[in-house]
Write a protein that binds this ligand. Sequence first.
Ligand SMILES: [Zn+2]
Length: 97
Amino acid sequence: MKVGRPLERFCKRGHDTEAVGRIRKGWCKACADMADAAGGVGGKQKPGHSPGWHRDRVNRWLEIITDDPMDEPQGTHARLLEFETRYARLETEVPTP
Ligand SMILES: [Zn+2]
């Protein structure tokens, strides 16, 4: 049971919401972008909104966190390190242009 936890800094997909921001409670901005890239929340798909490299990063990120999920109960600091490890991997494999 997860009772009385504060709004998590890391979303369920492991994004650092302090880095990427939130669009509303429970949705971090990166997840919203990913949903966009994947076909959209509500099916809205703006032309040219998701360049190929962004989609590649989203897909790679999903593979990374599927392969190595951040679901161990642990403190914020450990979570941050976990996040940074995975993010470094993403940057190495699919760098931001
Ligand atoms: Zn997220």
